[in-house]
Design a protein around this ligand. Structure first.
Ligand SMILES: Nc1nc2c(ncn2[C@@H]2O[C@H](COP(=O)(O)OP(=O)(O)O)[C@@H](O)[C@H]2O)c(=O)[nH]1
Ligand SMILES: [Mg+2]
Length: 438
């Protein structure tokens, strides 16, 4: 597999180079605008287009990789030539490899995307360690290096995820060049084929012939369309009731308790609101201690309840609090009795704002099942956690299109309280299209 980055004046220039270097099978991974030239005096900086393209090794076109790398020596390049013969298939099952979003892996080892991705996995591991080491010694001049490495890591994750799930080019779309580039980018980010296709065909209908030639125009047009797809709630601010009661539900391990602590501390410190926490102990999972520790650090009261009557009493006892965050023990969406208990507790419209917490590292089909099963209680918004570990932000859009649930927060790391953001449409679209160039 081959990954290349080009700095060009326009997309046509990039497409020519990509075709020459990587062949017609190459796909566009990302596009972004960058400033080049005299950075100290931004006046003279020129805006260039940076395009990253990738070609899977199993694709038909096989140009000489060494030669092509020299031809574009000024650009970034990462080449992986395939897995050594001795590599065993079991090594590929290690948790380092993100789960593919769909389609079973092909059994033919020569065209097995997992095998092709093995060396990339090693590079990701190396990069991760490098970032960790640099991060540990964070000095300002190193910030840029860390950011650059993080971007490379992100791009590699994209590749792992989507190449692993792509077992054949079935996308037989005939689109104008600029739309095709963005279509590939959305597909590479994990957007479902039928959603990306629909979006592009709609855009093609609505963009004038002349404007279709202008890549920036087309990209902004698609960004606007994506902004219409996702809904957000401004964190807890969309709750208009005088008392905001926020319930976090979802599978085990997605980050509910950590997120509860982050939101509680944001409400307390930033909004100066009076905050209390409640946790449900019905599923007998010994996670109460974790929340107790957070509550102590943040210095908010915590109640532990075990049934509906208890819960009502606890909520009543906090009647003079502005915000109540309710954490729940993780439960399995396949356990009917746990789902029943959940409904007993939280099937209330109006008083409670129920939030389904999902990890952005979870594959699409699981996100769908989880959302359907947890739908036994009314879901008012969704939180996507672990953006820092994710490689397929397309899943967030697939989820939004499919379930039309607004997104309240995004979490971006393990640190409490800082690794959380109120979800905004701009940020979500930026994750897909990299408009800001960060
Ligand atoms: N990388 C990353 N890890 C997270 C994030 N949020 C939570 N975690 C970690 O995920 C693990 C499970 O979190 P926890 O809050 O206990 O999940 P719960 O079972 O849903 O309550 C912990 O190790 C957290 O530190 C996030 O945004 N990014
Ligand atoms: Mg928990």
């Amino acid at each position: 597999m081959n990954l290349k980055r080009y700095r060009v004046n326009n997309i046509q220039e990039a497409l020519q180079l990509i075709k020459k270097d990587l062949g017609p099978e190459a796909v566009i991974v990302s596009t972004r605008q960058v400033k080049e030239g005299n950075k100290a005096f931004g006046l003279f900086a020129k805006t260039m287009l940076e395009v990253t393209a990738a070609r899977d090794d199993k694709s038909q076109a096989k140009p000489n990789i060494q030669a092509s790398s020299q031809a574009t020596a000024s650009g970034y390049r990462a080449t992986v030539n395939g897995m050594p013969r001795s590599e065993s298939a079991t090594a590929l099952a290690s948790p380092e490899v993100p789960t593919p979003t769909s389609k079973p892996v092909q059994s033919n080892p020569a065209s097995d995307p997992y095998k092709a991705l093995q060396p990339l996995r090693q590079e990701i591991q190396d990069l991760r360690e490098l970032i960790q080491n640099l991060g540990d010694r964070t000095a300002s001049y190193e910030g840029q290096t860390v950011a650059q490495l993080k971007q490379e890591l992100g791009e590699m994750r994209y590749m792992l995820h989507s190449l692993a799930s792509r077992t054949g080019q079935t996308d037989d779309l005939n689109l104008p060049e600029n739309l095709m580039v963005l279509y590939q980018q959305l597909r590479f980010s994990g957007m479902e084929e039928k959603f990306a296709r629909r979006l592009m065909l709609e855009a093609q209908k609505n963009i004038a012939e002349d404007d279709l030639q202008n890549f920036s125009y087309v990209k902004i047009f698609i960004a606007r369309m994506l902004m219409k797809i996702v809904k957000t709630t401004r964190g807890v601010e969309s709750i208009t009731a005088p008392q905001k009661i926020f319930t976090l539900i979802g599978p085990t391990g997605v980050g509910k308790t950590t997120t509860a602590a982050k939101i509680a501390s944001e409400q307390l410190l930033r909004y100066k609101r009076k905050v209390a926490m409640i946790t449900i102990d019905t599923f007998r999972i010994a996670a109460v201690e974790q929340l107790r520790t957070y509550a102590k650090i943040i210095n908010v009261p915590l109640s532990i309840v075990s049934d509906k009557a208890d819960l009502d009493r606890a909520i009543a006892s906090y009647s003079d609090y502005d915000v109540i965050i309710i954490d729940t023990g993780g439960c399995s969406q396949r356990d009917e009795s746990q789902m029943f208990e959940l409904r007993e507790l939280f099937d209330e419209r109006g008083r409670l704002h129920n939030v389904l917490v999902l990890s952005s590292t979870t594959k699409d089909s699981d996100l769908n099942e989880i959302t359907r099963r947890f739908g036994v209680v009314p879901i008012d918004s969704v939180i996507f956690t672990k953006l820092d570990e994710s490689s397929s932000y397309g899943s967030i859009f697939n989820h939004s299109i499919r379930f039309k649930k607004p997104i309240s927060f995004l979490t971006t790391g393990q640190k409490v309280p800082e690794d959380i953001e109120v979800a905004t449409k701009e940020r979500l679209v930026d994750l897909m299209l990299n408009i800001s160039g960060n």
